[in-house]
Write a protein that binds this ligand. Structure first.
Ligand SMILES: C[S@@+](CC[C@H](N)C(=O)[O-])C[C@H]1O[C@@H](n2cnc3c(N)ncnc32)[C@H](O)[C@@H]1O
Length: 326
C-alpha cells in the first residue's frame, strides 16, 4: 500500500486496489450534489446516480477498514439519512455527530447550519475509541463559564468537559486568507479531533475525497500515516505543497493534542495525568467559573484575564454586571 501519499485519480478505482481490513480510520467528505464549482468534478447528478455512486464508495470504505477501525462520513443531513440506512446493513452505528458550523440564515426555509458526521464502527465490540475533552465554553466578554454547573463546581475538570455528539466549538474557515482555492475546505481541528478519538500514533488514515488535504495534514501533524485520494490535479498540488511544511509536532511532552491558535482544542481524557503539569490550574477548582487554566507555554484561550469584582466594569454588559454583583 502506498502510504503517506496523495493519490491522484478516481477514488472508486483506487479504493478497489486497497486490501480488506487494512486501514484504521476512513473519513469521507464527498461532494454534496449541490452544484458547487469544483475544478474537475461536476457536482450535479440525478438522485439515483448520486446515491448509487455513494453506495459504492461507502462499501469500499467499510471493506478496507480494520475490525478495530472507524468510518466517518461528513455531509448535509439530507444525504446522511440515505447513507445511514445503507451503512446500518454493513457496519455498526455509533454516533451522528452534529457540527454546528454557524452560518447565517438566509430566509425562505430553515438554513442548514449544522452538518452531520456519521460515525460507524466496523465492529462495535472491537472498536478503538478514546474519550476526548474540549475547553470549557466561556462568555466572550466576561469569561464566565457558559454552562451552569450549580453546586457541582468542585468536580469540574480543569481542562474542560468530555465531548458530546453536538459540536459547537469548532468554526468553519472564515477568512479568505486562510482558504485554499477550493469551495469546501474543512477546518483541521475537526479532523484532529476525530483522529485523536479513534486512532493511535502510526495508525493509517484514509480520505477518498482529499480536496486540498485537510485530513492528511491533520494525520501527519498527529504522527499518523495517511492516504489521500483526489480527482483534481490542482487540488492535489495544493495539498502536497501544504503537506511539505507540516511536521508531526502537535504534542506536549510526547502526548498528542489538537492545537488551535494559542490554545488547545482537544485532548484525550486518558492523557490528562501527563498534561496537567503543563498548566497553571486555578486553586481551589470552583475558581474555574471565571478563571482559565493557562498553558504554561502560551495561552489556552484568547480570554485569559481574571475576572474579579473590581475589573473592567465599564466594558461589561448589564448581564455581566449582574454576575459581578452576585
Ligand atoms: C467536499 S470536497 C472535500 C474537501 C476536503 N475535505 C478538504 O477539506 O479539502 C470533495 C472533493 O472530492 C473530489 N472528488 C470528486 N469526485 C471524486 C472522485 N471520484 N474521486 C476522488 N475525488 C473526487 C473533488 O474534487 C473535491 O475536491
Amino acid at each position: 500500500m502506498n502510504l503517506n501519499a496523495i493519490l491522484h485519480g478516481d477514488c472508486l478505482e483506487i479504493l478497489r486496489t486497497i486490501p480488506d481490513n487494512s486501514v484504521d480510520m476512513t473519513f469521507a467528505d464527498p461532494p454534496f450534489n449541490l452544484n458547487k464549482k469544483y475544478n474537475s468534478y461536476s457536482d450535479r447528478r440525478s438522485l439515483d446516480t448520486y446515491l448509487f455512486w455513494c453506495k459504492q464508495w461507502l462499501t469500499e470504505m467499510v471493506r478496507i477498514t480494520k475490525p478495530t477501525g472507524s468510518i466517518f462520513v461528513h455531509n448535509i443531513p439530507k444525504w446522511l439519512t440515505y447513507y445511514a440506512s445503507f451503512l446500518n446493513e454493513i457496519a455498526d452505528f455509533k454516533h451522528w455527530i452534529s457540527w454546528d458550523a454557524m452560518s447565517t440564515p438566509l430566509g425562505k426555509s430553515l438554513m442548514p447550519t449544522h452538518y452531520g458526521i456519521l460515525f460507524y464502527a466496523k465492529d462495535r465490540k472491537l472498536n478503538k475509541f478514546y474519550e476526548v475533552r474540549h475547553p470549557h465554553k466561556r462568555c466572550r466578554k466576561c469569561n464566565v463559564l457558559l454552562k451552569d454547573y450549580g453546586g457541582k463546581k468542585a468536580g469540574l475538570h480543569p481542562f474542560g468537559p468530555l465531548l458530546s455528539d453536538v459540536w459547537t466549538d469548532l468554526h468553519r474557515i472564515k477568512h479568505a486568507k486562510n482558504r485554499d482555492a477550493h469551495p469546501c475546505q474543512l477546518p483541521e481541528t475537526i479532523l484532529e479531533r476525530l483522529i485523536l478519538m479513534t486512532t493511535d500514533e502510526r495508525d493509517i488514515i484514509l480520505d477518498p475525497f482529499n480536496g486540498t488535504g485537510t485530513t492528511v495534514i491533520a494525520a501527519k501533524r498527529l504522527g499518523r500515516k495517511y492516504i489521500g485520494i483526489e480527482l483534481d490535479k490542482q487540488y492535489v498540488a495544493i495539498a502536497e505543497e501544504k503537506l511539505r511544511n507540516v511536521r508531526p509536532d502537535s504534542h506536549i511532552e510526547g502526548v498528542w493534542v489538537s492545537k488551535y491558535l494559542n490554545g488547545i482544542a482537544t485532548i484525550r481524557d486518558k492523557d490528562w495525568d501527563v498534561l496537567q503539569s503543563h498548566f497553571d490550574i486555578p486553586n481551589p477548582i470552583p475558581l474555574l467559573e471565571y478563571k482559565n487554566i493557562v498553558y504554561k507555554n502560551g495561552k489556552i484561550h484568547k480570554h485569559t484575564h481574571i475576572m474579579d469584582k473590581t475589573e473592567n466594569l465599564l466594558v461589561l454588559s448589564f448581564d455581566d454586571v449582574m454576575f459581578v454583583e452576585r
